[in-house]
Design a protein around this ligand. Structure first.
Ligand SMILES: NC(=O)c1ccc[n+]([C@@H]2O[C@H](COP(=O)([O-])OP(=O)(O)OC[C@H]3O[C@@H](n4cnc5c(N)ncnc54)[C@H](O)[C@@H]3O)[C@@H](O)[C@H]2O)c1
Ligand SMILES: CCCCC=O
Length: 572
C-alpha cells in the first residue's frame, strides 16, 4: 500500500492510460478472451451520472472538528481549517462523533466497549471512541449498499470527476490534515505532509484510470459476438493500520471507488481521527451519502465487518497474525481479500556504492515514522570492505536526527505510537543485547527538554552491531527505530541470507554497478526493490509482498524503483 514521493524523487507523471500497471482488484473478474492488460496485480473496474446530479444529493456539510486551544473551544468547518494548521502540541481534543454514515458523523447505535486514542507526543487522551457493535456495522453496510446502487451506475468519467475533486480538496487542506495526522500518530509534520501528498496523488491516479477501464468485444463464428463487462464487487471493507492512517484510507478507498464500489473503512483504534476528514471530503466532492462510511473499533468490530454477508471484499493492512485471521474469515465467506502485511526487509550495501547516499538510504530505511514502517530495511547488510566507514558515518548521522515535538518544522523524529508499543520495542533491544548484539548508539527512552512532552512515548534511534542472522532482532519485525548491521562478503552469500526470511515486503540495494543492481533486485524475493534509494513508493507502482508479507503477486516482481535521486534527509 504505501506511496511516497519523497523530496528529490522524480515527480509522478500526470494521468495514466489504460495500460497503467495499477489497475486495482476491486472488480468482479469476468472470463476474458485476452490476457490481463499488464503486470501481476492487474485487475480492474468501472462505470455513472453527472456531477451536477451528485451535488444535489449532498447533505449539509457536517460540523468538522472541535479543537480546544488555549482554553478556548473553537468550531471548524471543512473549508476554513487555518486554525487547525496553527495548532500546537498539547491542545487538540476530538469531541465530535467518530463514526461516519450516510454522509454525516454519527455515534454508533451499539458498541462493544470504548477505546482511548492518544496524542503520542504528550501521552494525552484526545478521543474516546465507541467500538461499533454488530447493529452499527449492519447499518453501515445497509447505507453503503444504497450508495452502491447509485454509484455503480455512473460512468467511469463521472466517478473520476468526484475523485479528482476530492484530491483537490485534500491538496487544499493539506496542512490541516497533516497537522491532525501528526497529533494523532506522532510522526513529524515534515513527514505527514509527504503522506498527504501521496494521498491526493493516489486519488488523482485512480481518477485517471476510472474512465478507461472497459470490457471486451469478442467476435464469434457466423456473425455472432460476445462481450465482457467489468463490474464492481459491491460493498468493500477496508481495515487500516495506525502508521499511515490517512494515506491507507486513501489507498484503499480510491481504487475501490474508482471501480464503482462503496467502502466501509475501519481505522486502527489508535488513530481514529483522520479517516473522518477523508469521509467529509468525499461527501463534499460529490460522493453519494454512504459511499464511504467509517466505523470505529478494534478486533471485534473488524470481525463483524469481515463476516457480514453483504460485504463483497476485504482489503486489509496490518500485521501478519491479524492478516491470517482476516484471510480465514474471508475464506469462510468466499470473499476475495487483499493483504498488505508486515516485513523484515533487507538493505544490501555493496562496497562500490556512493557511501553518502547509502548512509542516507539506511537512515530513511530505518527511522522514517520512528521506524514504524512496514517496508523498512532493518537488516542492513554491509560489504566487509566498507563496514567500518559506513558504521561510523551512520552513527554520526543518527546522532544528528532531531527528536522532539513533531509539530515543529525541524523535528525529524517524533514519539512512538503508544506506551505498550514503546515497551515492546525496548524489549527487542534488551533481548538483542542478551543474544550478543552490541548497542552502538541509542535504544533508550528519551525525554525531550520541553516539559509538555514529558509523558510522550519517545526513544532514541538504535543501531545494533555484532548481529547474527539467527537473532530475534534480525528475524522479527520490531516496528520501531532499530537498525541491525550485518557484514557480508559476496553477492551470492548476501542474496541467500537476504531471502532467508518468511517475510518479503521490500528490499534495497546500493551499488554503482548498474548490472549488479538489476541482477540483485531481480533475485531478491520482495514485493518492492529499491535501487540506490529507499521508502519511495510512487503511486504509479504496485505495492505487494512475497511470502507472508501479503497477497499473491504472481509471476512478476511487482515493482523495482530505480531512483535517479538521492534519498531523503532525516539527519539535520
Ligand atoms: N504492507 C503494508 O502496506 C503495511 C502498511 C502499514 C502497516 N503494515 C503492517 O501493520 C502492522 C502494524 O499495524 P497494526 O499494529 O495496526 O496491525 P494489527 O494487525 O494489530 O491491526 C491492523 C488493523 O486490524 C484490526 N484488527 C485487529 N484484529 C482484528 C481481527 N481479528 N479482525 C479484524 N480486524 C482486526 C485492528 O483494529 C486494526 O485496524 C505491522 O506489521 C506493519 O508492518 C503493513
Ligand atoms: C513508505 C510507506 C510504507 C507504509 C507501510 O507501513
Amino acid at each position: 500500500m504505501p506511496a511516497h514521493s519523497r523530496p528529490g524523487f522524480p515527480k509522478a507523471p500526470p494521468p495514466r492510460g489504460p495500460n497503467s500497471p495499477r489497475i486495482p482488484s476491486f472488480y468482479r473478474p469476468r472470463p476474458s478472451a485476452t490476457p490481463p492488460l499488464t503486470g501481476p496485480r492487474l485487475r480492474s473496474a468501472l462505470p455513472a451520472r453527472k456531477i451536477v446530479g451528485l451535488l444535489s444529493e449532498l447533505r449539509p456539510q457536517q460540523m468538522f472538528l472541535r479543537a480546544v486551544s488555549s482554553g478556548l473551544t473553537s468550531l471548524f468547518r471543512t473549508p476554513g481549517l487555518a486554525a487547525v494548521t496553527a495548532m500546537s502540541t498539547g491542545t487538540f481534543v476530538q469531541l465530535d462523533p467518530l463514526n461516519y454514515r450516510d454522509g454525516a458523523r454519527v455515534e454508533p447505535v451499539d458498541s462493544s466497549g470504548t477505546e482511548k486514542a492518544f496524542e503520542p507526543a504528550t501521552g494525552r487522551v484526545i478521543a474516546t471512541l465507541q467500538c461499533s457493535g454488530e447493529t452499527e456495522v449492519h447499518l453501515a453496510v445497509k447505507s453503503a449498499k444504497a450508495a452502491f446502487e447509485i454509484w455503480r451506475k455512473k460512468s467511469g468519467m463521472e466517478r473520476g470527476q468526484v475523485l479528482l475533486e476530492a484530491a483537490r480538496l485534500i491538496k487544499e487542506q493539506k496542512d490541516a490534515i497533516a497537522t491532525m495526522e501528526t497529533i494523532n500518530n506522532g510522526k513529524s509534520i515534515f513527514e505527514a505532509r509527504l503522506d498527504i501528498d501521496t494521498s491526493w496523488q493516489c486519488l488523482e491516479y485512480y481518477a485517471g484510470l476510472a474512465a478507461s477501464m472497459a470490457g471486451e468485444h469478442v467476435q464469434l463464428p457466423n456473425g455472432s459476438f460476445g462481450y465482457t463487462r467489468r463490474e464492481p464487487l459491491g460493498v468493500c471493507v477496508g481495515i487500516g493500520a495506525w502508521n499511515y492512517p490517512f494515506q491507507i484510507a486513501c489507498w484503499k478507498s480510491a481504487p475501490a471507488l474508482a471501480c464503482g464500489n462503496a467502502m466501509i473503512f475501519k481505522p486502527s483504534p489508535f488513530t481514529p481521527v483522520s479517516a473522518l476528514l477523508l469521509a467529509e471530503i468525499y461527501t463534499k466532492a460529490g460522493a453519494p451519502p454512504g459511499l464511504f462510511n467509517v466505523v470505529q473499533g478494534g478486533a471485534a468490530t473488524g470481525q463483524f465487518l469481515c463476516q457480514h454477508r453483504d460485504v463483497a471484499k476485504v482489503s486489509f493492512t496490518g500485521s501478519v497474525p491479524t492478516g491470517m485471521k482476516i484471510m480465514e474469515m474471508s475464506a469462510k465467506g468466499i470473499k476475495p481479500v487483499t493483504l498488505e502485511l508486515g516485513g523484515k526487509s533487507p538493505l544490501i550495501i555493496f562496497s562500490d556504492c556512493d557511501l553518502e547516499d547509502a548512509v542516507k538510504g539506511a537512515l530513511v530505511a530505518n527511522f522514517l515514522t520512528q521506524g514504524q514502517v512496514c517496508c523498512n530495511g532493518t537488516r542492513v547488510f554491509v560489504q566487509k570492505e566498507i563496514i567500518d566507514k559506513f558504521t561510523k558515518e551512520v552513527v554520526k548521522q543518527t546522532q544528528n536526527i532531531r527528536i522532539g515535538d513533531p509539530l515543529l518544522e525541524d523535528t525529524r523524529m517524533g514519539p512512538l505510537i503508544n506506551g505498550p508499543h514503546l515497551e515492546r520495542v525496548l524489549g527487542f533491544i534488551k533481548s538483542a543485547k542478551e543474544e550478543g548484539a552490541t548497542v552502538l548508539y541509542g535504544g533508550e527512552p528519551y525525554e525531550p527538554t520541553d516539559p509538555k512532552l514529558k509523558h510522550g512515548y519517545y526513544m532514541t534511534p538504535c543501531i545494533l552491531t555484532n548481529c547474527r542472522d539467527d537473532m530475534t532482532c534480525v528475524r522479527e519485525e520490531i516496528f520501531g527505530p532499530v537498525m541491525s548491521i550485518l557484514p557480508f562478503k559476496t553477492e551470492a552469500e548476501v542474496l541467500e541470507r537476504a531471502n532467508d526470511t518468511t517475510f518479503g515486503l521490500a528490499a534495497g540495494v546500493f551499488t554503482r554497478d548498474i548490472q549488479r543492481a538489476h541482477r540483485v533486485a531481480a533475485d531478491l524475493q520482495a514485493g518492492t526493490c529499491y535501487i540506490n534509494n529507499y521508502n519511495v513508493s510512487p503511486v504509479e507502482l504496485p505495492f505487494g509482498g512475497y511470502k507472508k508479507s501479503g497477497e499473491e503477486v504472481g509471476m512478476h516482481k511487482p515493482a523495482t524503483v530505480a531512483s535517479a535521486a538521492t534519498p531523503v534527509f532525516l539527519s539535520l
